[in-house]
Design a protein around this ligand. Structure first.
Ligand SMILES: [Ca+2]
Ligand SMILES: [Ca+2]
Ligand SMILES: [Ca+2]
Length: 170
């Protein structure tokens, strides 16, 4: 009985510490833009004009006018960058993995990609097209310790530089 009594306060303290640390981490994680595409869409203030121009680009590539891009239409007959980049963009856009990119999928990917580009450019302090560890920790979030942890998670090949898909570097 005596042990239970002395144990209880420390268990309580542990729970309180756990809860407070979880609370302080959560809002900052929300700030990490790539994890929240919908939030990025809202913040970026994508205008109707931009959506209309994405939609026109979509129509231009949709040669058979069936409302979706096939791999032939987008990758084989496209002219943006190179076939390898186009394949990467196509696969990243095809959210439901049906082998086609619908208008909605296309527009959503354009919005996310443009947002990501802005984020990368904002973090790339020395403008060399790469985000290294120091840049990420200084620019990404107020909690430097958390930023360092997130960087380690994102830097999957451990070369100290974040991998940014080719098509975001333009
Ligand atoms: Ca089509
Ligand atoms: Ca699709
Ligand atoms: Ca840089």
């Amino acid at each position: 009985m005596k042990t239970l009594q002395s144990l209880a306060p420390s268990t309580f303290l542990f729970l309180v510490l756990h809860a407070t640390s979880a609370k302080s981490i959560r809002p900052e994680l929300k700030l990490a833009p790539p994890l929240n595409p919908l939030g990025a869409k809202m913040e970026g203030g994508v205008g109707l004009q931009e959506i209309e121009s994405y939609s026109r680009f979509f129509d231009f590539t949709d040669k058979d006018k069936d409302g979706k891009h096939s791999k032939v239409e987008y990758i084989d007959n496209g002219n943006y960058l190179n076939p390898q980049s186009r394949a990467g963009i196509f696969n990243a856009s095809d959210n439901d993995r049906d082998g086609f990119v619908s208008r909605a999928e296309y527009i959503l990917n354009r919005i996310i990609t443009d947002e990501a580009k802005k984020i990368v450019q904002a973090m790339d302090a020395n403008k060399d097209g790469k985000v290294d560890r120091t840049e990420f920790i200084n620019q990404s979030m107020p909690d430097k310790k958390l930023a360092a942890q997130v960087f380690i998670d994102l830097d999957t090949d451990r070369n100290g530089i974040l991998h940014i898909p080719e098509y975001l570097k333009v």
